[in-house]
Design a protein. Structure first.
Length: 187
């Protein structure tokens, strides 16, 4: 089991066990989804440190997307900004712009991976990814976000299975899927 695969497995297991322990204790199931952005940031940081000599531009774009997504995190915003400042920035669309940049950078990361010399993935995968990204950014329900994360992971798995970068996409997919589940349970 590779380091990235182990991190993915332990992260998902930890969050599910946390939710299950709350369920056994208080009869409700909750995953700490505001922490997911921090976990993804930690994972990309670990990946960049362990693969420092072989970092590719698509990995940097992915990391920048994670950083922009982290800037939309409610916990981080409440820690850094006052309530009035956060409302002002939200009304100005700053957080929406950060999310837009994150989705664009993730799409650019996958496009850069597809155009990498070692990749055998066709351009159609990246075009589908861009289309799903536009769906995520439009008024389409949030259920597209896990699909947006799963498509690159599956494309890499099918065409270049030895590349460990796919595990970051799988982690993003798992975290997006758990976020979707929590948002669904809250409504």
């Amino acid at each position: 089991m590779t380091r990235e695969k182990r991190f993915l497995f332990l992260t998902v297991l930890t969050f599910v066990m946390y939710g299950f322990s709350l369920f056994l204790d208080a009869n409700f199931f909750v995953l700490p989804f505001p922490l997911f952005d921090f976990v993804l940031f930690w994972a990309i940081g670990r990946f960049c440190i362990s693969h420092f000599k072989e970092i590719k531009p698509y990995q940097i774009l992915f990391a920048l997307g994670v950083l922009f997504k982290l800037c939309t995190n409610e916990l981080l915003i409440s820690f850094i900004l006052s309530k009035e400042q956060a409302l002002l920035y939200a009304k100005a669309g700053v957080f929406d712009a950060f999310f837009l940049f994150a989705v664009v950078l993730w799409s650019a990361s996958f496009i850069a991976f597809v155009h990498n010399k070692q990749s055998t993935i066709s351009i159609y995968w990246s075009l589908m990814h861009i289309a799903i990204g536009f769906g995520v950014l439009s008024t389409v329900p949030f259920w597209l976000m896990p699909l947006f994360s799963l498509l690159p992971a599956l494309a890499i798995e099918i065409n270049n299975p030895k590349i460990s970068f796919k595990w970051l996409w799988y982690l993003k997919f798992a975290l997006d899927l758990m976020t979707l589940a929590m948002l669904h349970l809250m409504h």
